[in-house]
Design a binder for this molecule. Structure first.
Ligand code: NAP
Length: 519
């Protein structure tokens, strides 16, 4: 048996021989390490985090916790090469794609370390201004934000073992709330190693950061009234989380980030020679192929005016043709593999479903694999589907194929494009490409209620834009409806989830004695 990764819970490393699961290299098929959480005393572990972790973090100010995030970041930076090695082996990603996960996580951590410094020497935050409760200004209301006294259970998806951990843990720890992370089993190695490095470096108090790898059984049962759960994953598992007694009976606060049918829209008025067209084509290709399309924010539906359908199909297909697929250790490979053969099967099934109502414009089967055995590796070439009749392509607006697959859809006019984008029933992100600022602004506002982020690209931001799929900690991440209805990041907004709001009603004179840090 390969090395059994330990769980860090209750302030100590624990391993269990019960119910262990091996993790594999998705390209070579070799076993890497094992994980297992069967038989752990979860109740004692959660109690330890609540009592010791929470108490220690709560004695610290926001400024001190920001310094702690900086120290965590420093530890992780020093082990970066090792994280890239693990990502290549366990996620099958090329270096640039591993960087989105590894460096994306470290950047987010660094961002919250800096932002936290601005909150300084305080242990509670003020929310808004004092408001009179009557004619007399003597008795007023002031809202407070106080860190919740529970733990934050972070349940993560397989595609971002590093970023998924730190984008949640940074705001939680900055808020003074201890974290117990449960990484997705398939890629748990990277998250486990990062937690191990931080724990071994002794830069967080005991109980502030714990990791449980392997089965999720029993984790939700541990949650008590002041705890929170932040989940990222499929809509099916999200439904289980929402329906669990912890949420329905004990009012545990739940944040859900689920799947999403993100769109990119090329506005009318462009030509194949225009800069907006070029930016659009490049981004669609990039989004389809980065991390082999295993990004919750990836472009799945590609909208173009009817007159540009053929030109867009040709331009995107030509770019896809250049994508080399295979073993990420080979420098000539641009796109690595999916996370495992189970995902490969799921992508193949989803693709077959979408193909029933569409044409295949560029077939993934055109791509041979470099240094990878097709009978072993979870590799798949990128496929572009398309239809000029998007109203009837039901599955395209309902099925997330979590791989390098997107569908080109021809729209009649702007109202038609907006209506079609909304058929995603709430998405994480929509991107708009055009050169008319009035038209771009009008559609952006039209779509903002159904999209957590609206990414607007005009030629003037060609070299400064951050990309459709890149989640920046400065901006909100999450989307309504089908996308889960969650909210993460967005600068200091992220802290609200880990705080409780309370209305203080008192003499105005009391306010002078309150700590002051508006959010
Ligand atoms: P998943 O199968 O739903 O698993 C997500 C996490 O939930 C894993 O850690 C899993 O553990 C755990 N889990 C499974 N059953 C559970 C239960 N009954 N109670 C508690 N936890 C449970 O999702 P996935 O396949 O890892 O991720 C792919 C999906 O995530 C895609 O649909 C993608 O769109 C979505 N995603 C969304 C975002 C976003 O920010 N919106 C980001 C990334 C991915 P095990 O691995 O041990 O089963």
């Amino acid at each position: 048996m390969s090395e059994l990764l330990k769980n860090y819970l209750g302030g100590r490393w624990q391993s269990t021989a019960a119910q262990t699961v091996p993790l594999f290299d998705p390209v070579l098929g070799t076993e890497l390490v094992c994980v297992g959480a069967g038989g752990l005393d979860l109740a004692a572990g959660f109690a330890f985090a609540r009592k010791n972790g929470s108490a220690a973090l709560r004695t610290m100010t926001y400024g001190e916790r920001a310094t702690m995030l900086g120290a965590i970041n420093k530890v992780l930076q020093s082990q970066r090469d090792e994280y890239f090695r693990i990502a290549t082996a366990n996620s099958g990603t090329v270096r640039n794609d591993s960087a989105i996960d590894v460096d994306g996580g470290l950047y987010t951590l660094g961002f919250y370390a800096k932002l936290g410094e601005t909150l300084g020497n305080r242990r509670v935050l003020l929310d808004g201004e004092p408001t009179r409760l009557g004619k007399d200004p003597l008795f007023q209301s002031q809202h407070l934000l106080c860190p919740t006294r529970g733990v934050a259970l972070l349940i993560n998806a397989f595609n971002f073992p590093s970023w998924g951990l730190w984008e949640k843990a940074a705001p939680a720890l900055l808020s003074g709330v201890p974290v117990i992370v449960k990484p997705a089993t398939a890629t748990a190695w990277l998250a486990q190693r990062m937690v191990a490095d931080v724990v071994d470096a002794n830069v967080v108090p005991p109980g502030a950061l714990s990791v449980v790898c392997g089965s999720s059984a029993g984790l939700m049962d541990q949650l008590q009234v002041h705890d929170v759960v932040s989940f990222t994953g499929s809509a099916q598992t999200a439904a289980l989380i929402r329906g669990h007694d912890a949420v329905t009976c004990r009012s545990v606060r739940a944040n859900i980030e689920a799947d999403s049918l993100n769109a990119a829209i090329l506005l009318p008025g462009e030509t194949p020679a225009s800069s907006a067209f070029d930016l659009f084509v490049k981004e669609v290709t990039r989004e389809m192929t980065v991390k082999s399309g295993q990004k919750c924010t990836a472009i799945r539906r590609v909208f173009v005016p009817e007159s540009l359908y053929s030109a867009a199909a040709e331009a995107i297909s030509a770019r896809l043709e250049q994508i080399t697929v295979g073993n990420p250790r080979n420098d000539s490979v641009r796109m690595g593999s999916l996370v495992n053969r189970t995902q490969l099967l799921a992508v193949q099934e989803g693709l077959a479903l979408l193909q029933q109502g569409t044409q295949t414009l560029h077939h993934g089967a055109r791509h041979g694999f470099i240094d990878a055995d097709p009978t072993v590796a979870a590799c798949i070439g990128p496929t572009l589907l398309g239809t000029r009749d998007p109203d009837r392509a039901e599955a395209v607006h309902e099925t997330e194929v979590f791989g390098p697959v997107a569908t080109l859809l021809a729209y009649r006019d702007v109202a038609h494009a907006v209506a079609l984008a909304r058929r995603g029933q709430g998405s994480l992100v929509v991107s708009l490409y055009g050169s008319d600022p009035t038209a771009l602004a009008t559609i952006a506002v039209e779509l903002a209620d159904s999209h957590g982020r609206v990414h607007v690209i005009s030629p003037d931001v060609a070299s400064s834009q951050t990309g459709h799929g890149n989640v920046m900690p400065q901006s909100l991440h999450g989307g309504p409806g089908r996308a889960g209805g969650g909210e993460e990041l967005g600068g200091l907004r992220a802290l609200a989830f880990y705080h409780r709001r309370s209305a203080l009603q008192s003499s105005t004179s009391l306010f002078a004695h309150l700590p002051s840090a508006p959010m």
